[in-house]
Ligand binder design. Structure first.
Ligand code: PHB
Length: 371
């Protein structure tokens, strides 16, 4: 697709690797905790995403790559045949509705509980450092448990799980690609940042070592499905899930530079706008602009953007696209509403996680719009 040389706006088409987007209003990944038996997406999941097919790209909720990857109730996986089959129905529904959809692949690492682990084992992590705080198990809140530090020789199997999940996603389920979730304090991010990675093997210590797990995952997934169907998500300054890093700007610049040789479909960075729950804490550096300059590929920003913020961000060249989370929950036709300056519906927070069609597939699209 020829890219316009004019200043882009949210409605300028964009190519992300192998995926052609008709607009730059991307649906951000959001956990909705409505998977069915066996952590399979359901017909409701297919309806939900199909209703949002006018997004330039849908990035699904985070999806487990293996049976140690889960940390919340009713989040979907893509490591069993039944899950893969169920994702196929989601992909078909979105494609039939004219959309594009990639699935976000995650392993939660220490953000889990023995209740979610095979045989009630401790969750896995780069280092035995428990997150401060509590997690929701489905039966109430529990303190985060002490995770078990992975042995060096356990890591290749985890890398393979990401590659196998990517293969299932693209070749078996027919999704358009995958986003590797390396953000928000989950397993890959736990390797990247020095607050959670104090390993002394080749996966810890220097930033080169801390990003080895991510790079091995990218090598394996790119080999499996092609780098032009793979995006990566980073949250360099986020503190969600008790995260932190001693020097995020140089560390994440190195990590971003290490991504360049892969020619990925995109890099997706969360650096929340002021007041957003994923905003860098008071006094913390902002690094997104430096990562944008360092990354040689399409760059997506996320974190509480309004339509006006997003327009300004694209006009200034600070990103190629913006992803929107909560607005997509309550406005299935968000691109149309932006294009026509229609009012946005408010999302009901009480129905974000779990439950039924209520607060999931019952937000109406605009029936008609004044010309
Ligand atoms: C969440 O379920 O709260 C959640 C999941 C994935 C994220 C961030 C938050 O990346």
């Amino acid at each position: 697709m020829p890219q316009s040389t004019d200043t882009p706006d949210l409605f300028t088409p964009l190519r992300l690797g192998a995926i052609e987007l008709p607009n730059r209003v991307i649906m951000a990944p959001m956990t909705r905790s409505r998977a069915g038996a066996g952590n399979c997406p359901t017909e409701l999941t297919a309806d939900y995403y199909a209703q949002r097919a006018s997004a330039g790209l849908i990035i699904t909720e985070a999806t487990q790559v293996c049976d140690t990857a889960q940390g919340y109730p009713n989040t979907p996986g893509i490591h069993t045949d039944a899950q893969t089959h169920a994702w196929r129905a989601v992909a078909e529904a979105v494609h039939t509705a004219g959309g594009r959809i990639v699935t976000q692949l995650w392993h939660v690492g220490r953000i889990s509980h023995p209740l979610f682990q095979p045989n009630g084992a401790a969750p896995l992590a780069p280092s035995a450092i428990a997150a401060k705080g509590q997690l929701y198990t489905g039966a109430g809140m529990e303190p985060f448990p002490m995770p078990r530090a992975l042995e060096t020789d356990e890591i290749p199997a985890l890398v393979r799980h990401f590659a196998d999940a990517a293969k299932r996603a693209v070749f078996d389920a027919g999704l358009d690609g995958v986003e590797i979730h390396a953000a928000n304090g989950y397993l890959i991010d736990q390797f990247l940042r020095d607050r959670t990675n104090i390993r002394s093997d080749r996966y810890g210590g220097s930033v080169e070592n801390r990003c080895r797990f991510l790079l091995e995952i990218l090598e394996a997934t790119a080999h499996a499905v092609g780098a032009d169907r793979i995006g990566v998500r980073l949250s360099p300054t986020g503190v969600f899930n008790d995260m932190g890093d001693s020097d995020p700007l140089p560390h994440f610049l190195s990590i971003t530079q290490a991504l360049n040789p892969f020619s990925l479909a995109y890099l997706h960075v969360i650096e929340g706008r002021p007041g957003h729950h994923m905003a860098p804490p008071e006094g913390a550096p902002h690094v997104a602009a430096a990562l944008r300059a360092a990354f040689k590929g399409p760059f997506i920003l996320n974190g509480g953007y309004s339509r006006t913020d997003a327009d300004a961000t694209l006009a200034k060249g600070e990103a190629d696209a913006v992803s929107f989370g909560e607005p997509f929950i309550s406005n299935p036709d968000l691109p149309l509403r932006f294009r026509t300056d229609a009012p946005l519906a408010e999302a009901d927070r009480n129905s974000y996680y779990g439950g039924t069609a209520k607060g999931y597939t019952d937000y109406p699209a605009l029936e008609s719009v004044a010309a």
